[in-house]
Design a protein around this ligand. Structure first.
Ligand code: GLN
Length: 478
């Protein structure tokens, strides 16, 4: 029952009165009604807000005025991104009843462009996870194989788009959480450069690593959404004042002659054979499209996972200190004293993985261990960034697998956090370096599970990797 609406087909149908924005939103809510019980992709629906926006779009159509780029397009938003008046839980019990008083800038920009926000999607608690099994509200199921995980942490955002319960969605990526679920659910999913999209209103996990980005049914749709949400925002001082190119217009620039890097470090042990074969076939396809395939080396890659899990947990331990039962969310009852209230609210409100990370991060930042762990990790982070700087002197983009395996079974890795962390081996490097990356479908396993190809680019050069992704997608379809 996969819906085939794309942004272009929605726009065309709405502009020519084949369907109204209200009817389209109603169609999507009907589908959500039919499938969400099974998939658990949405945590909260926002029909009031969606229909009010759809009516505004329909009024615009009736007036004959030009339509904005996302007029009437039904979109889902990961539940770590603030939505004014609409419950935002971060997949956590601690924010079970939290209703933000303001919108994230990305949400504001989507609505200003005419998008209809259908609701909020399930995710690992505070975006910590790779399988969506760390949500306090139950796991999401992979629409392609319901006994398997959709990936994480943006599992709900990926499943919603893959199952046709939204045309596109917003996810967040701190260590791979947009690209990996995109790969496991078989859809394009893009993490922009650090600084490209405002983080205002994104409830922080690790501030120096968090990125908001699109998941969509086509590369072009991902480009359209990214263009809408990108650009400097005075509310986020880390958002960069760098012009945003017209990503959609640039998609058609031929990729012939581009230099595509392949790093042996991304094809080592632990990479599933079917994934390896699919990615190698994709690389051959790029060669047929007259790209030049160039071997590159990213020698510090083996240190990426430990570095990421020190930096991310350190920042998380600090960011999550704000949840204390006083200002936001869950408060333990019948506490004997203030300190008891803090302790019990956090103990009862946070899940096991979040607690594990707060402890790890607090330890890494503690006076006796700061130099040995946090400071060391920051230095290695610089080395990882330099690896990419060196490689991008020689090539325009780098292709890798997105995930070492296709979607694994629900429950398969929940008791082994380290095995779960290793699933991020190909994605965390880009977050640490701040460079953009996109995952696009490049094949299937013999069990028909989607496989993702990752394309990484230079800082702020989303346009090139979108072009490569688009050209590959077109060539693969033809
Ligand atoms: N899986 C990684 C983690 O658990 C990445 C999460 C993310 O990108 N938000 O931290």
């Amino acid at each position: 029952m996969h819906a085939n609406w794309t942004i272009d087909s929605v726009k065309e149908a709405i502009a020519t009165n084949k369907i109204s924005a209200r009817e389209l939103a109603a169609e999507y809510y009907k589908r959500i009604d039919a499938r969400n019980r099974e998939l658990n992709a949405y945590l909260t629906l926002s029909p009031e807000r969606a229909f009010a926006q759809a009516d505004r779009v329909d009024a615009l159509v009736a007036s004959g005025k030009p339509l904005p780029p996302l007029a009437g397009v039904p979109i889902a938003v990961k539940d770590v991104i603030s939505t004014r008046g609409v419950r935002t839980t971060c997949g956590s019990k601690i924010l079970e009843n939290y209703i933000p008083p303001y919108d994230a800038t990305a949400v504001q920009r989507l609505e200003a462009a005419g998008a209809v926000i259908l609701g909020k999607t399930n995710c690992d608690e505070f975006a910590m996870g790779s399988s969506n099994e760390n949500s306090a509200y139950g796991p999401v199921r992979n629409p392609e194989a319901p006994d398997r995980v959709p990936g994480g942490s943006s599992g709900g955002s990926a499943a919603a788009v893959a199952a046709g319960l939204a045309v596109a969605s917003l996810g967040t990526d701190t260590g791979g959480s947009i690209r990996q679920p995109g790969a496991l659910c078989g859809i394009p999913a893009m993490m922009p450069s650090y600084g490209r999209v405002s983080r205002y209103g994104l409830i922080a996990f690790a501030s120096s690593l968090d990125h908001i980005g699109p998941l969509a049914r086509t590369v072009k749709d991902a480009a359209t959404v990214l263009r809408t949400i990108a650009g400097r925002d005075p509310m986020d001082s880390t958002s960069a004042d760098v012009p945003v190119p017209d990503y959609v217009a640039e998609l058609e620039t031929p990729i012939r002659g581009l230099k595509i890097g392949v790093a042996k470090e991304y094809f080592g042990e632990g990479l599933d054979n079917e994934v390896r074969n699919a990615v190698e076939t994709a690389i051959e396809k790029l060669a047929q499209l007259e790209c030049e395939i160039v071997p590159v080396s990213l020698p510090h890659t083996e240190y990426a996972i430990p570095t990421y899990y020190i930096v991310a947990t350190a920042e998380a331990s600090s960011n999550l200190a704000r949840f204390d039962g006083v200002r936001y969310g869950y408060r333990a009852r019948n506490a004997r004293a203030l300190s008891d209230m803090y302790r019990r609210s956090r103990d009862e409100g946070f899940g096991a993985e979040v607690k594990r990370r707060i402890m790890l991060g607090t330890y890494a930042l503690s006076a006796g261990y700061y130099d040995a762990y946090y400071l060391k990790a920051q230095k290695v982070r610089t080395l990882l960034t330099r690896d990419f700087d060196q490689a991008f002197k020689k090539v325009d983009a780098i292709v890798t697998p997105t995930s070492p395996t296709a979607a694994f079974k629900l429950g398969e890795k929940v008791d082994d956090p380290l095995a779960m962390y290793l699933a991020d081996i190909y994605t965390v490097t880009a977050d640490l370096a701040g460079i953009p990356g996109i995952s696009i479908p490049c094949g299937e396993t013999h069990e028909k599970l989607p496989i993702g190809l990752q394309i990484l680019g230079r800082h702020f050069d989303e346009a090139t990797i979108l072009r490569v992704a688009h050209a590959y997608e077109q060539a693969r379809a033809s």
